[in-house]
Write a protein that binds this ligand. Structure first.
Ligand SMILES: Nc1ncnc2c1ncn2[C@@H]1O[C@H](COP(=O)(O)OP(=O)(O)O)[C@@H](O)[C@H]1O
Ligand SMILES: [Mg+2]
Length: 596
């Protein structure tokens, strides 16, 4: 059921359930405070009666008499000197309560925002890799920042409508108590207001869904624009891209504009409606019934207060409706992301003693055709194996299966005989070193990028890892050495320098299983040979999976697997494959001029 078509009571209950989950009984505290506050104000107003009603007739019946009996019971003289302090005290109490209420509201808002953000962020953090990879970065950025902010604002307006709702009802009860006929007028006017709200509310809710959807696209476009800035700039494609950004931005603004217009319509209609009712009452009471204006004035003061609260209710409810789109997006996306949580087993992974085994493994991405078919292989612990093959052959997918990033859609991946599905993947990943195709670097110092914010390494260890990854020299030439900031994704470094830093990080961790996915593709031959030597020194200490296009880099591998179209077409030792007449690998060697 979409919230668009549902009426106020339905929405009220639906969101009360949701917000109760986030805020709990603290909502009640606010409601209670508001009630007490309204009573203080109502009573404050009531004590104006004795000041206006001076003649004896008024004091024997009607509201004045009620107040008088209260004053008598309290032994307070029915005079200005007796009553004014009570009025001031009541409004002072109201003021203090109002402050406390606001404070409670704001602290609750902070609490709810934090909870919503935590929940959304933790859904993303625990989600399956494929689920997150299929959405754009902008989608989640928008979800965790903007939608959470807007949903929290929605919550705050929901709570803010509770107060006027209660105040209006309380004041209404007081009006009915003082002058029951007037309460009828209140009801009629309330009904007119609600009818108006329904029409504009629908428009606002519809636009809010558009705002939500388009802001997500806008964030997405902006993130991509900044990532591709250099390319877009240097190919003059920037203007065309910028056009797309503007168009999306305009759609957000248009939807916002339409919602604001609907709101303005309502606000502008509200006062004339109220004044018309007020005029009618005044005319009837003063001219037709010839009532004393003073007593009428007090009653009208209440009427005015009730209507003010109705306006406040209407206005916060409308604003709340404007955030419905975000509330729904946040709820749906968070739930969908939570459903896609990565499944972990419970067995801890300590180290690899025997082998990584692929047993009839098939794999298909959620959005595509089969990528790997019937893969059978055994990688003995502490050996070095290489995967080669054309781009798109499935090499990256294969190593992702070995590290548990992807889950086989058929067959099993076994580590020391344990199905990877039964392992606690966090313990496994703590022992995996991974240098991906595009080096992953963060906007921080060189040292932080190598240690990844872990303080369990000494400066010496950092230098040693840097030395082995052949980056010590260029780091020392940088203005602040290891403390140099390298910029977002390492923009201040060359491609080869980025790769070497990424390798240094994994060498520092000395993992159990090391995955190098075209990790040296951006290096000059000299650095590549040097790093190759460093990696060869690791041979036998850990299990190493290398994907490489440049075949010279996998010379030292114990075994080479050749992949084509998702299948292993050849495997064996480097020299053995390179010598095999008519072999795929031999042909690859010939093309690259790798002697055997
Ligand atoms: N996230 C993904 N969703 C859908 N298809 C994908 C995804 N990643 C890769 N593929 C597809 O899987 C195939 C193998 O990709 P990959 O393992 O990256 O190849 P390689 O590393 O050998 O170049 C390619 O056809 C690619 O289009
Ligand atoms: Mg790849």
């Amino acid at each position: 059921m979409t919230p668009l078509s549902d009426g106020l009571p339905f929405l009220f209950v639906r969101y009360m359930r949701l917000f109760w989950g986030f805020a709990g009984a603290r909502i009640l505290v606010i409601v209670g405070l508001t009630l007490v506050m309204t009573y203080a104000e109502g009573i404050g107003i009531a004590f104006f009666f004795p000041l206006f009603e001076t003649n004896a007739q008024a004091a024997t019946s009607g509201p004045g008499a009620t107040i008088k009996s209260v004053l008598d019971a309290l032994h307070v003289p029915n005079t200005a000197a007796g009553v004014l302090p009570i009025i001031v005290a009541m409004f002072l109490a109201k003021g203090i309560l109002q402050y406390v209420t606001f404070r409670t509201q704001f602290s609750l808002l902070r609490h709810v925002t934090r909870k919503m953000r935590r929940r959304a962020l933790s859904a993303v953090s625990h989600a399956d890799y494929q689920h997150v990879a299929n959405a754009s970065a902008g989608f989640y950025t928008n979800l965790v920042i903007n939608e959470v902010n807007r949903a929290a604002a929605g919550f705050s307006y929901y709570v803010r409508s509770l107060s006027p709702l209660l105040s209006a009802s309380t004041l209404f009860l007081m009006v009915s108590f003082l002058d029951w006929r007037l309460s009828f007028v209140c009801v009629v006017m309330g009904a007119v207001m609600i009818a108006l709200t329904r029409v504009t509310g629908f428009m606002i809710r519809r636009q809010s869904l558009v705002v939500s959807r388009e802001s997500s696209s806008l964030t997405s476009l902006l993130i991509q624009m900044l990532h591709a800035f250099k390319y877009l700039r240097s190919t003059a494609a920037y203007d065309r891209y910028e056009d797309r950004v503007w168009r999306t931005s305009d759609r957000v603004l248009d939807a916002d504009f339409k919602a604001s217009i609907a709101n303005a319509l309502l606000v502008s209609l509200a006062q004339p409606v109220m004044v018309a009712f007020l005029g009618a009452i005044l005319y009837y009471r003063a001219v037709v019934q010839e009532q004393e204006l003073a007593s009428l004035f007090i009653v009208l003061l209440y009427f005015f207060r009730v209507m003010n609260e109705v306006f406040a209710l209407q206005s916060s409810w409308q604003t709340f409706c404007g955030y419905l789109g975000s509330l729904e997006t946040l709820r749906e996306s968070t739930e969908a992301t939570e459903l896609a949580a990565e499944q972990h087993g419970s067995e801890r992974f300590e180290k690899l003693d025997d082998a990584v085994v692929f047993d009839h493994v098939d794999f298909t991405y959620k959005t595509g055709r089969p990528v790997l078919e019937n893969i059978n292989l055994r990688i003995p612990a502490h050996t070095t194996v290489a995967f080669v093959g054309g781009s798109g052959a499935g090499k990256t997918t294969l190593v992702d299966l070995a590290t548990g990033t992807l889950r086989a859609t058929g067959g099993k991946v076994l580590l020391d005989g344990h199905d990877i599905a039964t392992l606690d993947l966090t313990t496994l990943r703590g022992r995996i070193g991974y240098v991906p195709q595009d080096a992953v670097l963060f906007d921080d110092t060189v040292a932080a990028n190598i240690s990844l914010w872990s303080d369990s390494y000494t400066q010496e260890q950092l230098r040693d890892a840097a030395q082995r990854a052949r980056c010590l020299e260029f780091i020392e030439r940088m203005p602040n050495g290891f403390d140099t900031q390298i910029g977002d994704r390492g923009v201040k470094l060359s491609g080869g320098q980025r790769q070497r830093l990424a390798i240094a990080r994994e060498l520092l961790r000395s993992p159990e299983i090391l995955v190098l996915d075209e990790a040296t593709s951006a290096l000059d031959s000299e650095s590549e040979v040097a790093i190759q030597q460093s990696i060869e020194q690791l041979k036998g200490q850990m299990t190493i999976l290398i994907i490489a296009h440049r075949l010279s880099t996998i010379r030292g591998a114990d075994r080479v697997y050749v992949l084509a179209d998702g299948k292993i077409v050849e495997d064996g030792g480097f020299d053995e494959l390179a010598a095999k007449p008519g072999g795929v690998f031999r042909r690859m060697c010939e093309l690259q001029d790798v002697a055997h």
